[in-house]
Design a protein around this ligand. Structure first.
Ligand code: S3P
Length: 189
């Protein structure tokens, strides 16, 4: 890892971690890098990490694709809310949420009240390039990903904007994005 001049030192990160009194919830579009950035952020803060989608799959013993296919999106959203509720109750840590979670009224209120929502955003080109690496997302299955992502991003923007912290990822290394979140947190907390 390259250490930049203005990066937080280990001591500063440890001091910051002590001030994190709630889970940090990464929100934002599919492909923006919530899981990878979240894992790095948790490692830097030495806090536990959880990926809500993985936890949903674990609880249902089904893949996200299978849940959508067999039971539909509404059922998935209900399970997603319950899983996020449980993760939030776990206290300080980093949670990567699925792209639609923060657009559900109850889940959003829960995250706004009991977590620190951090909106990770990126240009459409970056999102399109990154979702191309994985073909397991039911909302993109057999559809033009640029078109779907563009529409969803537009529709979800008013929700995402409600997050108190906003970071744009320019498509560079995830480590650099994690470091930028730390700096924002440091001044926000
Ligand atoms: C979704 C995003 C996915 C997953 C599900 C629905 C969405 O998570 O929760 O496929 O509605 O945007 P990622 O954002 O981690 O891809």
């Amino acid at each position: 890892m390259t250490i930049e001049q203005d990066d937080l030192s280990h001591a500063e990160m440890a001091a910051l971690a002590k001030r994190v009194d709630r889970p940090i919830a990464l929100i934002g579009m599919m492909g923006v890098g919530k899981s990878t950035v979240g894992r790095k952020l948790a490692a830097l803060l030495q806090l536990p990490f959880a990926d809500a989608d993985d936890e949903i799959e674990e609880a249902a013993q089904l893949s996200i694709g299978e849940i959508f296919e067999r039971f539909g999106e509404e059922y998935f959203r209900d399970g997603e809310r319950r899983v996020i509720e449980r993760l939030v109750e776990g206290g300080p840590g980093v949670i990567a949420t699925g792209g639609g979670a923060f657009c559900q009224e109850e889940t959003r209120q829960l995250l706004l009240e009991k977590a620190i929502p951090v909106w990770l955003d990126a240009d459409l080109d970056v999102l399109v390039e990154r979702v191309g690496r994985k073909d397991t997302r039911p909302l993109l299955k057999d559809r033009d990903s640029r078109e779907v992502l563009s529409q969803l991003r537009e529709a979800r923007m008013p929700f995402y904007r409600q997050a108190p912290i906003h970071i744009t990822s320019a498509g560079g290394p995830h480590q650099a994005t994690a470091m930028r979140i730390l700096k924002e947190l440091d001044s926000w907390l």
